[in-house]
Design a protein around this ligand. Sequence first.
Ligand code: FAD
Length: 444
Amino acid sequence: MKIIIIGGIAAGMSAAAKARRVSKDAEITVFEMGDIISFGACGLPYYVGNFFSNPNYMIARKVKRMQEEGVDVRVSHEVLSIEADSKSVEVKNLQTNEIFTQEYDKLMVATGANVIKPPFKNIELKNIFTLTKMDDGKQLRELAMKDEVKDVTIIGAGFIGIEVVEAMKNLGKHVRLIQRGPRVFNRIFDKRITDLMQEELLEHGVELVLNEGVEGFEGTRSVQEVRTDKNSYKTDLVVIATGFKPNTSFLEGSGIQTLDNGAVIVNAKGETSVGNIYSAGDCATVPHVLKSEDTYIPLATGANKLGRVVGENMAGGNALYPGSLGSACVKVMDYEAAITGINEADAEKMGVECSTVFVKDKNQAGYYPNQQDIYIKLVYEKETKVILGGEILGKNGAALRIDVIAIAIKAKMTTEDLGMMDFCYSPPISKTWDPLNVAGNVAK
Ligand SMILES: Cc1cc2nc3c(=O)[nH]c(=O)nc-3n(C[C@H](O)[C@H](O)[C@H](O)COP(=O)(O)OP(=O)(O)OC[C@H]3O[C@@H](n4cnc5c(N)ncnc54)[C@H](O)[C@@H]3O)c2cc1C
């Protein structure tokens, strides 16, 4: 059995490791065009912001270790194309420029995604960054740590933009966050939650620029000014965080079906529309627990899990991925926010009549120091009260309560079940009626 995996980070290496465990005999080759594998890009904002200083902490597996485990990892090797009829891939060794063909029995596309770079004027100026690769992080950190870099502009107020805000504030910069829409996390979190996030950003001195679309940059060699459709802002450094696009253009002509954004469509086994070719991670869709349509959720969590399922299946197994919920969390300065399942807009699209409840509660007993507010939103089916989604904002570990809601959705629990669920209690940690109990009980 010859297995080829294209891309050696989260989805690809999870697949390689699982395939190795399932089949001792399979010949497993990983082609990775970069020079490292198993790199956790999720750490990049915190590395850039000097929360830690050794970039190698972001590497989970080394090439040598994988090779010792019998996985032939070839870094600096780019797969140029797939020939499904002859079950082969064309590969370029980026160090020698040699191009060769290698055959497979099972193939996995795990090529991830890259930041969408809108056609901003003068985008080629120096000191304009995106943040996905180790090298991006190293260069951005080196520049951002210089004293002469005082003013940083971040374009895009989604997960990565917000994380970079915290990084740059930690380095003592003046931070400007520009968002084309009317609020941060536009259409992702509830307005009541994004209002609180915005207050928090303003309190920390972040210059929040909403409802302005960036058109381009000005400067001689390096960026000196950001121009929007309404204003211009002097700046020393720009980070573009405007969403992701799957790295799948090399699949053109392979017959593999994709969504309009280029994400490879896969089923719960990770199979694509072409026989013996699998995919997972940021380059692919992911089956959803609640939605029947193909969904694109570029997160490390789904990449690792569906990647592992693919590894098992390529090695002869018959595993099924139970589905993602889009569970995600983020730190917004001192707040933590988290989300799972679907919101009202999704429910409407799915033809599901839903109700919602939004509660403000406390995370622990008031007589113990450092009690904090916690905000919880539940989305549930109107008639059955089955829980469909949730959002949480708070401090001191509040975000992790979202995992309870995720389990409740998967188990098809109702708001009444949540209201009476036996959660733990001790004054420094919780309350006799946990805020999740309260949210469940308030839902009518
Ligand atoms: C700054 C940042 C913060 C993040 N934070 C979080 C977080 O907190 N939580 C979370 O869940 N997710 C987070 N993510 C997302 C997470 O990093 C991704 O979901 C995850 O890395 C996806 O893994 P992947 O294996 O699908 O793709 P990638 O990690 O993108 O890896 C794909 C690899 O394929 C290689 N490749 C591409 N094309 C080819 C080719 N033709 N031939 C050979 N190799 C190729 C690329 O070089 C790349 O190394 C974050 C992402 C970023 C950028």
